[in-house]
Design a protein around this ligand. Structure first.
Ligand SMILES: NC(=O)c1ccc[n+]([C@@H]2O[C@H](COP(=O)([O-])OP(=O)(O)OC[C@H]3O[C@@H](n4cnc5c(N)ncnc54)[C@H](OP(=O)(O)O)[C@@H]3O)[C@@H](O)[C@H]2O)c1
Length: 266
């Protein structure tokens, strides 16, 4: 439970490296206690020890493979029953190399389990628990590729569009409450995700690659400023607002009894 002095416990998925490990550090610096979730127990223990020493935080490790039903259920149960948890960072994710049609089907399936099924289940568990307490924050790590179909792997991009849509729908559903839901859309960020997918981070032009500390600092600043969708690279936020307004402008015309005149017989 959070108090004025203590913001509560943050449960972070994918906490063993990259963006998740960096959130762990920056949230510990802001006074959060932590539950660190990922598969690599040794790395989680090493991170927990470092953060405990540096920030005097309570950091619990919770090894889990979020593509496995039994492990996913254990994390859901934590979110349901541990009332000290005030923040869920839905961050664990993977990418795949190459185009959609050339990607191994089993890898795509695994990616859907990790990038779509797991964050959906955890967002639902946390959303219900936070709604009941009328308090709590969910951060969903999507990606700028949620807004792109021109580049990279279509299935990966689609997992991130899914998370953006889910976030926005949950924001509407919880609008009257004190529960906060933020979508973060990072651009290319220097982490292990590229190596893990068999790609090389050195192939990315330096001006297109953000350092992970910069990314997380910006994302937490966006959260503090009350943003619902944070795009850390985007200088002109009005571009996102215009895009979203164009989407809203279509809403009254999307479900009607009549087809558009161009489809009717002349
Ligand atoms: N880096 C970028 O350019 C970028 C851009 C936009 C969005 N993102 C998103 O940011 C998120 C974090 O990625 P990252 O860049 O920080 O990559 P990363 O360094 O590879 O971190 C991925 C994290 O997910 C965990 N993970 C992987 N498979 C898992 C599984 N089956 N069960 C539980 N945890 C698992 C990994 O830990 P274990 O191996 O220990 O399980 C690791 O902690 C992802 O959702 C990614 O899509 C990244």
């Amino acid at each position: 439970m959070s108090t004025q002095q203590h913001p509560g416990v943050a449960l972070i998925t994918g906490a063993s490296s990259g963006i998740g490990a960096t959130y762990a550090k920056q949230l510990a610096a802001r006074g959060y206690d932590l539950i660190l979730v990922a598969r690599d127990k040794a790395r989680l223990i090493a991170l927990a020890e470092t953060l405990t020493q540096r920030y005097h935080t309570q950091a619990q490790v919770f090894p889990a493979d979020l593509t496995q039903e039994s492990d996913l259920q254990r994390v859901e149960a934590l979110l349901q029953h541990n009332a000290d948890i005030t923040l869920l960072l839905n961050n664990a994710g993977m990418s795949v190399e190459g185009s959609f049609l050339s990607t191994d089907t089993a890898q795509v399936q695994n990616m859907l389990a990790l990038n779509v099924v797991a964050p959906t289940r955890l967002a639902q568990a946390a959303g219900r628990a936070f709604q009941a307490r009328d308090n709590g924050t969910i951060i969903n790590i999507a990606s700028v590729v949620a807004l792109m179909h021109e580049r990279f792997n279509g299935a990966y991009n689609a997992t991130k569009s899914f998370l953006l849509m889910l976030t926005r729908a949950m924001q509407t559903e919880l609008a009257g409450s004190k529960v906060r839901i933020q979508a973060v859309l990072p651009g290319l960020t220097r982490t292990e995700i590229f190596d893990r997918a068999g790609m090389s981070v050195t192939a990315i032009p330096a001006e297109m690659l953000m350092e992970v500390d910069t990314l997380v600092e910006a994302a937490l600043a966006g959260l503090a400023q009350g943003e619902l969708v944070t795009i850390p690279t985007l200088e002109n936020y009005g571009l996102w607002q215009e895009y979203d307004q164009a989407r809203s402008a279509m809403l009254p015309f999307l479900s009607l009894s009549q087809s558009a005149s161009r489809y009717r017989q002349q």
